[in-house]
Design a protein around this ligand. Structure first.
Ligand code: MG
Length: 260
């Protein structure tokens, strides 16, 4: 069921968005060559506790998950791109890191992801990250009243395909509200002018992610981490966006923090 939020409810979602933005900015800043993925999770846990927020991940146990997630952040490294379960691993020079973070504050959820490289970056990794960011910008620009879900999907796909990446539509954007995953599903590829009409009050997480040379994923033995079938690297950019009569509001925007 698709739920629409009143302007007052969208205002009430802002603290969750701000907290997710601040936390990702902090974690991104602190994550360096040598940082252990488990320490990123511990730091995120600490920030959640101090803010009185609630993790959407720790007890998350959907039908495709082997067991509850048990951590508060997804850390997907190199050829892992989604749902990366933090494990005992110290980041190495040139690793491509994707952090995906969702919490609820005052009962409202915000969900956002960022990708970056620690240490010296390969040009092709920076290009991949830049494409996901540009696809997210295009998705947000298409998130306007009068458009349809397919317009967002087509905007993402135009950027991804334009840069030569193939697109997996199994995992994509989703409604966000009292819970992390709601209707509608927002695939990262689709036909403009098709699908659910975007109405004021719809709040969605938009999340383009691409792999360098495949669109096929496989799941690790941990039951969560999704990585490319061919070993090529992936990147992921996500924001929670409220569609309003006055245009899209990026609830998890980090630009006010002086970071992208
Ligand atoms: Mg997310």
């Amino acid at each position: 069921m698709i739920e629409l939020r009143t302007p007052a409810e969208i205002e009430a979602m802002r603290p969750a968005g701000r907290f997710v933005a601040e936390t990702l900015a902090t974690l991104r800043d602190e994550t360096k060559v040598g940082t252990n993925l488990l320490s990123i999770d511990r730091r995120a846990h600490d920030l959640i506790r101090r803010a009185g927020a609630e993790s959407c991940y720790i007890d998350y146990h959907p039908s495709f998950g082997a067991s509850p997630f048990g951590k508060v952040i997804c850390t997907s490294i190199n050829d892992a791109v989604l749902h990366g379960l933090p494990f005992d691993y110290a980041l190495r020079d040139g690793d491509l890191v994707s952090l995906d973070f969702a919490v609820s504050v005052d009962g409202w959820v915000a969900d956002s992801a960022v990708s970056f490289v620690v240490g010296s970056a390969r040009d092709e990794d920076l290009a991949l990250i830049e494409t996901t960011e540009r696809a997210l910008d295009a998705a947000i620009a298409a998130a306007t009243v009068g458009n349809r879900i397919g317009d967002i999907s087509a905007a993402i796909a135009a950027v991804g395909h334009g840069d030569g990446y193939s697109i997996n539509t199994d995992f994509g954007g989703h409604g966000v509200g009292r819970v992390m995953h709601g209707d509608p599903h927002v695939p990262n590829d689709g036909k403009a002018g098709r699908g659910y009409p975007l109405r004021a009050g719809l709040v969605v997480a938009l999340e383009p992610w691409f792999l360098q040379s495949t669109d096929v994923l496989r799941t690790d033995d941990d039951g969560w981490t999704l990585r490319s079938a061919d070993g090529s690297r992936g990147a992921h950019s996500e924001h929670t966006v409220a569609i309003t009569e006055d245009g899209p509001i990026v609830l998890t925007d980090r630009s006010w923090l002086g970071v992208d």
